[in-house]
Design a protein around this ligand. Sequence first.
Ligand SMILES: Cc1ncc(COP(=O)(O)O)c(C=O)c1O
Length: 379
Amino acid sequence: MYEDVVKEVYEIVRPRRKLFTAGPVACFPEVLEIMKVQMFSHRAEEYKIIHRDTINRLKSFLEAEKGTVLLFPSSGSGIMEASIRNAVSPGGKVLVTIIGAFGERYAEVVKESGRKAIELSFGLGKAVDPDVLDKALRENPDVEAVTITYNETSTGVINPLPELAKIVKDHDKLLFVDAVSAMGGADIKFDEWGIDVVFGSSQKAFGVPPGLAIGAFSERVFELAEKTPEKGWYFNLPLYRKFDEEKDGTPSTPPMPQIFGLNVVLRMIERMGGKEKWLNMYQERAKIIRDGVRDIGLKLLAEPGHESPTITAVFAPKGVKGSDVYNAMRDRGFELAKGYGKIKEKTFRIGHMGYITFEDIKEMLENLRKVVSELLKGS
Ligand SMILES: Cc1ncc(COP(=O)(O)O)c(C=O)c1O
């Protein structure tokens, strides 16, 4: 009866380009298919089955058999804030490592939550230097936690997390990992690496729409959270764990379609042959894109050896703005990502997350070559 209304909205939001975005990314068709299902109560048995199954699959994917995995009705930033408000004492110090815009966000969250941020910044395109981190921890023995952006989406840099985690653990500090653009695209070994909090968002490497955050937490975090005053209600971690254990659910209403979608992706990963095969697919995509970009004559922002498997930041050619490349690619039917933060105008980014075929990558690179050549002629 109201098909016209749907058409009106569809006309505004319908897909117009192939997505190589930083997130939200293109979703797998299988995910979109299950998300159309009619809703029902999140306390119903059917929801509980999917909730438990999703958590069990995530525990295995994140190698978090000792940890507690929880689902949150928020984007990833919600868990960023929860890590501070639950596990750091009011007024306590946090060592925030910064390699780009999302490290800066963690520092803001620390400060806005009434804690003190000791900022340890590295140049854009660089990863955290393990020796510098070690020195900073020796100089600041009173910090309670260290935050690390596993994959810095603004610069396309992946941090050497296992190595950094070892240093943090040697100093016996809490380790909080922002894995928003890493989870699902880069390996996470929660137990082995001694992580205390790691979080991701549905709209990135799992290729699911936004609205769901995924977190894994150590026992130490719950012990601290029990004692931390005024951590609020919405992101009260012990409360989340209680609802998870006792009700196979969440304290407030979860984004059920996203959870069904994530469950489908986790089953797809299993069918594909498991986590290693899936992560290899991400490595392969990233390599083809990096090789293609270099072949066009463009330079990457990431320092060699730390290139991200999920997003590539590229310097625009001399005399050309990053936004010119972005706009010209849009005109050709490809939505890349603009530069972000301080290097917005000098760079553009190519996301490799979600539903992207190798054929699409080839086509995107062919078009990028033409765009760069046309822009250079005009500059
Ligand atoms: C590394 C990183 N951290 C945090 C965020 C914020 O995540 P969300 O928008 O899901 O809250 C993003 C978003 O792009 C990100 O890339």
